[in-house]
Design a protein around this ligand. Structure first.
Ligand code: EPZ
Length: 430
């Protein structure tokens, strides 16, 4: 199993190209199930989760071709992928596939909208919390579907003539359930109005792509989204938006190690709250013509409190990385996690590097220390793993991050991007 070996202590200097967003690419790929025409996605990141979803979509009948030519984009690369689902050959999403990646549950929306029925395995719990599916069930029921749980599966059936537009307000903000409602309502009869919708940029990206395919969606990016159903959708060409979590991760790495890095091909408006927290910690963060520049020269890291919240709040997917940064602050900071109930697995591992963190309920208290020292570490989810990489870059000596497959799920060419900026990072295969 691969590991990542880091020798800490170097500042980061240079350019890091930001990839297409994993969490935008996944729902966009699933949207290809809604049309028999070809959906072409540009800037698709090369990640384990994307490859896994390609396999899952293949099972439903999506024909996928990846452009052999790699498109040069600044210093980095992106891929253009064509998805064509002439006919849906299977409306069942089996346990073996859904259990590997929660987002694959989202196929329930397009399968139900296009075929009138779907049988999709319940995703089950996962490392960061229980993550139920009640909001999906309520939302699709509001569109007229009957939703039955049977043997670990949800059997979803649309009324004769298809789903029916409705007003539905989520009791809680959910990114995935908002994606699914957009896809299902796009082909419903009549108008759907979703209240308390997720406002994440990835929701806006999906709505933009669906509109390019002929959907009539307005209000994405606000809490109220209106969808006028259409009878069919066509193909389209769409570019996946830049990864705001990758952006924030590298910005926090620079804020921690010191240095001067331009994050290329990304946009500050995708993560203003997180960038503001980084600024308050003492780094300079500015927008440039090509992306975002992060500089910290010499000054100390100041303690900053953050609370995770749905967009535009501080993202839960950057909580672990910000905690890594705070371990070296000159005071005491508090980080409160409000989205997932069990997203503090990195705390124990950061402690192995010398961090002083105590937990009380959903709040972590971080007492900054003068130095971290390298150690073998391991984490059980993607963002927790990368927080250990960040800490390792700033620690003295060698840090070995085990279970690298978590990183490969969400960070494209991580070691190459960091090495080019002067870090000592290498992948070790046993
Ligand atoms: C998306 O997950 C992201 N995944 C997550 O990123 C991200 O952490 C999360 O949104 C929050 O921003 C993808 O986009 C692929 P939610 P999602 O539904 O849609 C509860 C990463 O590291 N909930 O917005 O699954 C849920 O338990 C991943 O890239 C219900 O109670 O998250 C959580 O507490 C991890 N009932 C809250 O809502 C439901 O039916 C928000 O979850 C659905 C969700």
């Amino acid at each position: 199993m691969d590991r990542i070996r880091i020798i800490g202590g170097n500042e980061l200097k240079g350019i890091i190209p930001i990839s297409g967003a994993k969490n935008a690419a996944l729902p966009l790929m699933i949207a290809s199930l809604l049309t028999s025409d070809t959906l072409t996605l540009e800037n698709v990141p090369h990640l384990a989760d994307v490859e896994q979803l390609i396999r899952i979509l293949g099972n439903h009948g999506v024909d996928i071709s990846v452009n052999g030519r790699r498109e040069r984009q600044g210093e980095g690369y992106s891929r253009t992928v064509h998805f064509t689902c002439r006919t849906i050959v299977d409306t069942t999403a089996p346990y073996e596939l859904v259990s590997k990646m929660r987002a694959s549950f989202w196929v329930i929306g397009p399968l139900l909208a296009r075929e009138g029925h779907a049988r999709v395995s319940l995703p089950g719990g996962c490392a960061i919390g229980t993550r139920p599916v009640d909001l999906f069930i309520e939302g699709l029921t509001a569109l007229g579907a009957s939703m039955e749980i049977d043997g670990g599966y949800i059997n979803a059936t649309a009324p004769k003539g298809g789903l029916i537009g409705a007003r539905y307000t989520f009791p809680k903000v959910s990114v995935g359930a908002t994606h699914v409602m957009l896809m299902a309502a796009a082909l419903a009869r009549g108008t759907t109005v979703i209240g308390n919708a997720a406002r994440e940029p990835e929701v806006v990206d999906l709505a933009d792509c669906l509109n390019a395919m002929g959907a009539k969606i307005s209000g994405a990016g606000t809490s109220t989204i209106t969808i006028e159903g259409v009878t069919s959708l066509s193909g389209a060409r769409h570019r996946v938006l830049p990864d705001r979590i990758e952006t924030g991760t590298y910005a926090m790495a620079v804020a921690m190690t010191g240095g001067d890095v331009t994050l290329e091909g990304t946009r500050a408006d995708l993560l203003e709250t997180a960038l503001e927290a980084i600024r308050r910690s003492g780094a300079d963060v500015t927008s440039t013509a090509t992306g975002i520049r992060v500089v910290r020269n010499g000054g100390s890291i100041k303690p900053v409190d953050v609370v995770t919240d749905p967009f535009p709040g501080f993202p839960t997917d950057l909580q672990a990385q910000f905690m890594a940064l705070m371990t070296r602050s000159t005071g005491v900071s508090h980080i409160t996690e409000t989205i997932f109930e069990n997203r503090f697995m990195h705390v124990q591992e950061l402690a192995r590097l010398g961090a002083k963190i105590s937990l009380s309920g959903q709040t972590a208290k971080i007492e900054g220390v003068e130095r971290l020292r390298g150690a073998p570490v391991m984490a059980t989810d993607l963002r927790a793993s990368v927080s250990l990489v960040i800490a390792g870059l700033a620690a003295e000596g060698e840090t070995m991050v085990n279970r690298v497959y978590h990183l490969d799920r969400g960070f494209e060419r991580l070691e190459e991007k960091l090495t080019r900026c002067g870090a000592v990072v290498e992948r070790v295969s046993d």
